[in-house]
Design a binder for this molecule. Sequence first.
Ligand SMILES: Cc1cc2nc3c(=O)[nH]c(=O)nc-3n(C[C@H](O)[C@H](O)[C@H](O)COP(=O)(O)O)c2cc1C
Length: 237
Amino acid sequence: MSILPQLMADTRLDARAAARPPAPVAASLRRAPHDGAPTTLPAPAAPRAALHDVLPERTAIRDYARTPLSGADLSALFAAADRMDTRGWAADRAAGVDLELYCAAWRVTGVDTGLYRYRPGRSELCRVADLPDGREAEELVMQREFAEAPALLVITGNLAAAVARHGSHGHRLLLTRAGAAGHAAWLAALRLGLAGTVFAGLLPSALRERAGADGYHRAALFAFAAGHPIPDLGPRS
Ligand SMILES: Cc1cc2nc3c(=O)[nH]c(=O)nc-3n(C[C@H](O)[C@H](O)[C@H](O)COP(=O)(O)O)c2cc1C
């Protein structure tokens, strides 16, 4: 059988498996996070613009002003990403197929430079590891411009749990969830007057060392780089 019909047959099998009442995933497939000291985030900032006003200007921005992000703005991005996943995939979350949101913070008011895990219930960041800054920050991402953002929201998922629950369809579901969460953060950023882009060019070794992201029980899936736009100074006279 050629590859395409085989893929379609697999997808049909996956869909049938996904329709069965799925069981909770085994605790052995879950990995405890490396949570350290907590930093409480301010309440999420309220949107400063309506979505329909900012959506026409949405475009991927990869260069940012040096201005730090406020803690409240960062809080709003993480809350939006988490809300998207809570509303969209409650059953998977309840069964133990988690997305985790990490923050690489370089310039966030009230948050020291470091790698953190977001704890949504408490609106809190738990320190997970130190992060290099300057040129060395590039060891986290494939493109230098993302290492120069004030902060990254990094989405990881439990691929082992997703596949145990849904078969190979679980991988697609996990990627869909990460995409939805990343884009929710992006839309929230636009409504706060921030700029950014979603991207997938994360370097696995940096997250493996710092966050125990082995690529299976905790797999880096997607990310959103956020910052203030560089002001448009207009034409020089
Ligand atoms: C799954 C996925 C992975 C992406 N990975 C990267 C990346 O590694 N680097 C990058 O600069 N942009 C990445 N992007 C961002 C796209 O390049 C960006 O969304 C695209 O340029 C559309 O932007 P536009 O609507 O402003 O044209 C990724 C987007 C998606 C959906």
